[in-house]
Design a protein. Structure first.
Length: 637
């Protein structure tokens, strides 16, 4: 690990430069005059501010964060339940949203960042939960030749924890607190001898802080973990252990490395946005300071004096707006700047954003903010789309590894039953879904970061394929609703089969109200065809019953029949307004039906007489109306 620290010293120094440029700016080495401006053009900071919302929205604007594909056998419902369960655990029962934002910022700023995924057994009152930690690359010591943590034989996570947290952690040796905390002279002496003393990595002057090295080594059994203080390497903080989590039978470690670009190989090859835009920011800052200097000279007027003119004491000369100049004094004409500084600064900004793969629609190819040709717009649109898709692909590689490790921890420590919520309903993950035989990937599209483009695409597809019998209409409606807000699809959308069952259930309740002689209103937007089928079926049942034995029962039956017919007429009227073609078809199918006599109705499909319900089949048409054996049923649509 010490050798790895030595080899990355140049990279560390460059990271400090980019950090200073990003936060405070690199100041002028020397000012041309006292009081001169020392401005900083924040191109890198602006680029990060533009890209971070894209990264966050690309993940959390999805209906599901990750998609699951079973490798061996198809288990549709169990696979869908696994994806919903992981989505709930990541969004609602972990710190993933916050840590993912930190992680993406570090990836953009430093070129590489590490996400650690672990299981916190004490979270949620002892129930346990996933825990994520975004790690700055400065605090992760790695082999410079490798590009992935999985390919490394040895790596180390430098942890900075408070003394109070160290004492709360039961697995840590409490007798080492005084030796490990910052400011310890014995540890400082040892590190000075090794000449590798680095603030925050091997030592700290903060007496309330403890630095631990968590070293991971790949061995035959998996990954061996050793934890110790860098000042006391011969005194382990906790016993050595083998990381117990596996994925599809192979050893797994909990670290995922994300990188901002995929060019040269090597741990330190990936560049962050500040490193990419540094030349343009330095040039733009220089121009901005020169503009401020020029304004400083021009805003303080200079005057010339005629040597032949007789002047009074110039020390008593005071000028105010509107005053006349004394004889012999005239203002000096200041020359214009040699070039348009604003135009040059705008060009530097454009080049910086293009280098950071941010599409800029504010300037044309010649650097002017006026009109632009159709060719320019087509080029910029194509460039922006390809650049964003490439960045999304690079990000999705590490993102999928994070989800894979999160699911592996749920399988190992989540318990036999995992509860989650979907569509505001509490559900339990089936036991057959709790395994690692999945291909887990981010559930995203190339234009996931562009909400307007996604809505337009889904709307065009919805208009083209709606009511097409060859297309899965449930999925079509689901994607259309999810384009704007994934939460809408979970609460607003109702699949066709479930909607029909719900309509039949509601109409059965209304029929009970009608049978008691009370009216019920038909509402727009209901499934009128399903409800009409049930109403006709109920009238047929009433027609087949023996006549009432008393005048009171006769009166009640007549009122009930009248209420049903009134309700039926209301649904028919609304159906004619909403779907005239279906209303016409329904009337043709029911033209020969006399509900009062309970006659049979010809089927619309066969044109023949309705069949008698055989014994044991109480609902052959699936209308939700239970008929007695031997009774005819309602309209067959």
């Amino acid at each position: 690990m010490i050798d790895c620290l030595k080899r990355r010293s140049v990279w560390e120094q460059r990271q400090r430069i980019w950090y200073e440029m990003l936060h405070d700016g690199v100041g002028r080495r020397s000012k041309p005059f006292p009081g001169a401006a020392n401005l900083h053009l924040p191109l890198a900071d602006n680029a990060l501010a533009k890209m971070l919302p894209y990264d966050i929205n690309a993940v959390f604007s999805r209906q599901l964060i990750a998609s699951f594909t079973p490798i061996e056998r198809e288990m549709g419902e169990a696979t869908a339940a696994a994806a919903e369960c992981l989505d709930w655990k990541l969004r609602k029962e972990s710190n993933f949203p916050k840590e993912y934002a930190f992680w993406r910022y570090l990836v953009r700023a430093s070129g590489r960042a590490i996400m650690k995924v672990r299981w916190d057994a004490e979270a949620r009152g002892g129930k346990g939960a996933l825990d994520f930690e975004a790690i700055d690359p400065l605090y992760f010591i790695a082999e410079s030749e490798q590009d992935s943590v999985d390919d490394m034989e040895l790596f180390c996570h430098v942890k900075q924890i408070s003394v109070a947290r160290y004492k709360r952690t039961a697995v840590y040796r409490q007798d080492l607190v005084e030796l490990l905390k910052g400011g310890n002279n014995e540890a400082a002496q040892w590190k000075e001898q090794e000449k590798e003393q680095r603030e925050g990595l091997t030592s700290t002057t903060n007496t309330d802080l403890i630095i631990l090295w968590e070293c991971w080594e790949k061995v035959e059994e998996g990954y061996l973990v050793r934890t110790f203080g860098p000042g006391q390497p011969d005194k382990p903080v906790r016993p050595e252990f083998i990381f117990p989590v596996k994925w599809q039978g192979q050893a797994m470690q909990p670290f995922v490395s994300g990188q901002s670009e995929m060019g040269e190989k090597g741990w330190y090859a990936s560049r962050g946005i500040p490193e990419k835009v540094a030349p343009y920011e330095a040039y733009g800052t220089k121009l901005w300071n020169q503009k401020a200097d020029w304004l400083e000279y021009c805003n303080k007027p200079l005057f010339t004096r005629d040597p032949q003119a007789v002047l009074t004491n110039t020390g008593n000369l005071k000028l105010a707006p509107g005053d006349a100049l004394p004889p012999g004094i005239s203002p000096a004409a200041m020359p214009p700047p040699p070039f348009v500084i604003d135009q040059e600064m705008n060009l530097a900004r454009q080049l910086a954003e293009e280098s950071a793969m941010i599409p800029d629609f504010g300037v044309s190819e010649d650097g002017k903010q006026d009109t632009r040709t159709a060719t320019e717009m087509q080029y910029i649109g194509s460039f922006a789309s390809q650049g964003i898709q490439h960045q999304a692909w690079v990000s999705s590689i590490a993102e999928g590894e994070i989800y894979k490790r999160a699911w592996a921890l749920l399988v190992a420590f989540g318990g036999k039953e995992l509860t989650y919520f979907s569509s505001r309903t509490r559900k339990v993950l089936p036991q057959q879904a709790l395994h690692d035989n999945y291909l887990i990937e981010p559930d995203s599209l190339p234009d996931a970061v562009n909400k307007e483009s996604r809505i337009k695409r889904e709307f065009a597809r919805f208009q083209l394929l709606r009511n097409d019998p060859r297309i899965n209409q449930d999925e079509l409606y689901n994607r259309f609703l999810s384009a704007e807000d994934p939460r809408i699809a979970k609460t607003l959308y109702l699949p066709q089969g479930l909607k029909a069952a719900t309509e039949r259930e509601d109409e059965a309740i209304e029929i009970g109200v009608l049978m008691e002689g009370y009216p019920a209103a038909a509402m727009p937007g209901e499934d009128h065809v399903t409800r009409l089928q049930m109403l006709y079926g109920k009238l047929q049942q009433l027609g087949m019953l023996p006549p009432p034995s008393s005048p009171l029962e006769m009166q009640k039956a007549l009122v009930a029949r009248q209420r049903i017919q009134e309700h039926l007429a209301q649904h028919m009227m609304l159906l004619e307004q909403e779907n005239p073609a279906m209303a016409k078809q329904f009337k043709a199918a029911t033209a020969v039906l006399d509900p009062a006599q309970g006659q049979r109705v010809p089927s619309m499909e066969s044109g023949g007489p309705a069949s008698v319900v055989p014994a044991g089949d109480t609902d052959p048409a699936g209308l939700g109306v239970q008929a007695q054996p031997g009774e005819p049923m309602g309209v067959g649509l």
